[in-house]
Ligand binder design. Structure first.
Ligand SMILES: [Zn+2]
Length: 315
């Protein structure tokens, strides 16, 4: 039911809402621009790793921003860094924050440098939905350099999580980033090739033992053994992270530590960073590691412990 216009006018006059909304515009945008730069700084420095997060999105979520908000802020920050002139347009509202977020990938993509102006014009006028579609299509075509078939899929939240983990694993495997579409193609091909589990098979190693040598290279069979030990999960007690795990040496390489499974543990970025800084102590053996904090206290969630297998890594 519509409110008669004269009543609306009265409400505005009475509580000053209209004035406040008008006055707040610039303040809101100024704040967004400032946050955008700060989120970019967090992303650039990978500071989120020290907050036990694997991405700036997760970092945002931890501190009361939605993952989308955090990602958008970092993207707009990157655009502002590359194109400082845009700040004025953002502040006076010619460009909305959301529109800049949507076109950010294009504006930052080297292949589109020459046509940035066209995209900005589109961002100023167009509605977000069609802008988003145009951006997605342009990026995908640029990447594939061929016409793509659009495809919309629906997934359960569990399926999406599974896909996310599979995608992380696939990206690690190929060694470069892939779009979601590329990931689906890659995984489908793998499945058809009869390599559905994606995990390297136990096999003969091709490299000699690294004990005496000075190679920094970790043999594939060692990687497989270390990953199998924790089923691809960070080895630290109570930590469930699987994405972007890294191999850490218990006895440092420069001090003569070897590249064998017995000297190697699988750690998430957060725990690897803590370990490298000496804030996480690993004792015992690689097979049965003991994790302590910097004061020498056992981390919760270890074998035989009753509680504390809670979320990750705040040791
Ligand atoms: Zn961890």
């Amino acid at each position: 039911m519509a409110i008669p216009k004269n009543q609306v006018d009265r409400a505005w006059r009475e509580d000053g809402a209209h004035e406040a909304i008008l006055a707040g515009r610039r303040e809101k945008r100024t704040l967004e621009v400032r946050l955008a730069r700060q989120f970019l700084a967090v992303e650039r420095s990978a500071h989120f790793v020290y907050e036990s997060c694997v991405s700036v999105a997760e970092y945002g979520a931890r501190f009361g921003y939605s993952p989308q908000e955090a990602k958008a802020l970092a993207s707009v920050g990157a655009v502002l860094e590359a194109m400082p002139d845009l700040e004025a347009a953002l502040l006076d509202g010619r460009l909305t924050f959301d529109a800049v977020d949507v076109v950010s990938k294009i504006l930052l993509h080297p292949a589109f440098t020459g046509v940035r102006g066209n995209w900005l014009k589109l961002a100023e006028g167009g509605d977000l939905r069609s802008l988003r579609t145009a951006v997605r299509k342009a990026l995908a075509e640029e990447e594939a350099k061929q016409a793509l078939v659009p495809k919309t899929i629906y997934m359960t939240p569990e399926g999406e999580q599974t896909f996310f983990e599979a995608r992380c694993k696939a990206i690690r495997f190929v060694g470069h980033s892939m779009s979601e579409g590329e990931t689906v193609e890659f995984l489908s091909q793998k499945w058809l090739d009869g390599d559905g589990d994606g995990e390297p098979k136990p096999g003969k190693r091709r490299l000699p033992p690294t004990k005496a040598g000075d190679s920094r290279y970790v043999p594939a069979e060692v990687k497989r053994q270390v990953r199998a030990r924790t089923h691809g999960k960070c080895a630290v007690w109570g930590c469930w992270r699987r994405a972007f795990t890294q191999l850490a040496h218990l006895f440092p390489h420069q001090d003569g530590g070897n590249q064998e499974a017995e000297n190697t543990a699988l750690l998430c970025p957060r725990h690897h960073a803590l370990y490298d800084k000496g804030l996480l102590i690993i004792e015992g053996t690689a097979e049965n590691p003991i994790f302590k904090d910097v004061k020498g206290n056992l981390l919760p969630g270890g074998p035989g412990s009753t509680g504390g297998t809670g979320p990750p890594g705040d040791g």
